[in-house]
Design a protein around this ligand. Structure first.
Ligand code: NDP
Length: 499
């Protein structure tokens, strides 16, 4: 163990040792299922805790609790300022417990404790407070109407935004706390109740956060957490007839299945899915800025980021010097356990995912791709993958068009911006992209030609609570964040009065 390894807090050790149940109606409930799901530390592959493996009966109980809380009006009809105050207190409690949450996150997910502190908890707090503020900004419009009958009658109309009902939140394993808050907070701010399901790989932080929500004053039944497999628990939740809206982040394949099932009941769905995100580097770009920005954009959280840059197209005059720059940068990354504050690259989330990412590199090697590798991870049972640059991969390689979701990035030489744009858009995905240039004219004209929900210029992966985020094409539907975020959690009701 390195001298930079963070000591695990006693409160974290106690939490890991608990026999976690399901958080339903403001308290811990045993699961109806007797099986448990193991939680592993990705740094050494050892089991650190376990969670309940909820079945359909458990999900039914959680949704019924959310439904009762919703229809009682205890939350939906609370004055907006009352809800806002409770949600701000909720954020304060998360902040007070931030080190505990950051450690839990690193221990179950693998990421650097530095990232857990700054992004997972730090950004979750930003989003929590921003979203709490939206509670008191919900508004409709007054509408002058011209209804022609009976002759002489006058009408006045207005719209109201009403909470949609029970929300199902499905949270992936790459940012369990942050993305968890992206489901919980807009639902609560809008006045909905929620049942949220974290990934079976990373259930712990949301279980801890549920207790903090109750402590802040969120009424019983408004915020419920069920843990279990996607195939049983996730499916039962998203297909439950009392669920009015599903908010899902994860793979395109699972997202499509959820959308298909939702179509039967016309359940509202927001889908934030995968990406194969391009970065286009023009010949006038600032090389130091490109390397700093795209190393972070590609390798943050070991590349397990839906918005990560994974295909970098570089105009020919800059290509060779940038490849050397990236090579130097990738070889300087230290690889090790997330609890070691001096490491840059940490294990992937699970053995299954490690094997999936490794299979892309095996495929590239078998096909004689040019690979530039960084440092290897520690030997042993940790789920490490060596950070790798793939230089000019052949078009037919899987890693050219499939989402790898690991510390692997393609560097591709292009002759000009037109070729880069064509290749960048040649994908079924459309989540994010970036353009690197000092030429304002190029920035203004090319950004509108890139097919992606978010396009950055001279940065990548920088998201903000006030900036809408979501995908085009197969990267999803709907937008999260921004001033209109709660629209997806409310129904617009028109009220029309004759006078
Ligand atoms: P999934 O899409 O299967 O999992 C994401 C979430 O959905 C998890 O909470 C999972 O639960 C849940 N889930 C799985 N099946 C269902 C279902 N039928 N109904 C409801 N919920 C379900 O992704 P994987 O974990 O299998 O990862 C595969 C790939 O997806 C990755 O390699 C990556 O490319 C991409 N991905 C993208 C993410 C993003 O941020 N856009 C996040 C995660 C993955 P459980 O884990 O318990 O099975």
């Amino acid at each position: 163990m390195s001298a930079n390894t963070v000591a695990v807090l006693e409160s974290v050790q106690r939490f890991l040792a608990r026999h976690h149940g399901l958080y339903i109606k403001g308290s811990w409930q045993p699961s109806a299922s007797s099986t448990r799901l193991s939680v592993f530390n990705p740094a050494d592959g050892l089991q650190i805790s376990s969670s309940a493996d909820a079945n359909e009966a458990d999900v039914d109980k959680a949704v019924a609790s959310a439904w009762r809380a919703f229809t009682s009006g205890v939350w939906a009809n609370m004055l907006p300022a009352g809800r806002e105050k409770i949600l701000l207190k909720f954020a304060d409690l998360v902040e007070q417990n931030s080190e505990e949450l950051a450690q839990l996150e690193t221990l179950e997910q693998g990421k650097s404790i530095n990232i857990s502190r700054a992004f997972e908890v730090g950004c979750a707090l930003n989003w929590m407070r921003y979203t709490a503020g939206l509670t008191t900004k919900i508004s409709g419009r007054t509408l002058d109407v011209s209804i022609p009958m009976p002759e002489g009658a006058r009408y006045q109309a207005w719209t109201r935004k009403e909470p949609v009902g029970v929300v199902a939140g499905i949270v992936p394993w790459n940012f369990p706390l942050l993305i968890g808050m992206w489901k919980v907070m807009p639902a609560l701010a809008a006045g909905c109740s929620i049942v949220v399901k974290p990934s079976e790989t990373t259930p712990l932080t949301l279980l801890r956060v549920a207790e903090l929500a109750s402590e802040a004053g969120v009424p019983d039944g408004v915020f419920n957490v069920v843990t279990g497999s996607g195939a049983v628990c996730g499916r039962a939740l998203t297909e439950h007839p009392m669920v009015a809206k599903v908010s899902f982040t994860g793979s395109t394949a699972t997202g499509k299945g959820i959308a298909r099932a939702a179509a039967d009941r016309l359940t509202r769905v927001t889908l934030e899915l995968g990406g194969k995100n391009p970065a286009i580097v023009l010949k006038d770009a600032d090389p130091a800025m490109v390397i700093e920005g795209l190393m972070a954009g590609s390798f943050l959280n070991q590349g397990q980021v839906c918005a990560a840059s994974s295909r970098i197209y570089i105009e020919s005059p800059l290509f060779d010097s940038l490849v050397s720059g990236f090579e130097q940068a990738v070889k300087s990354l230290s690889v090790g356990a997330g609890m070691d504050t001096n490491t840059h690259i940490n294990p992937l989330v699970s053995r299954t995912h490690q094997q999936k990412v490794a299979s892309y590199l095996d495929d590239a090697q078998r096909n004689h791709a040019e690979l530039i590798t960084g440092n290897n991870g520690p030997t042993g049972e940790g789920y490490y993958v060596t950070p790798t640059l793939v230089v000019n991969p052949a078009a037919e390689l899987r890693l050219n068009h499939e989402e790898v979701f690991g510390p692997v990035v393609n560097l591709v030489r292009v002759k000009d911006a037109e070729e880069a744009l064509r290749l960048a858009n040649d994908t079924e995905y459309g989540l994010t992209a970036s353009l690197w240039t000092r030429d304002l004219q190029a920035a203004m004209s090319y950004t509108s030609r890139i097919q992606a929900g978010t396009v950055w210029v001279n940065s990548h992966t920088l998201i903000d609570a006030n900036m809408p985020f979501g995908g085009m094409k197969q990267s999803g539907s709907g937008r999260d964040f921004g001033p209109d975020w709660l629209d997806a959690y409310t129904e617009t009701k028109s009220i029309c009065v004759r006078y």
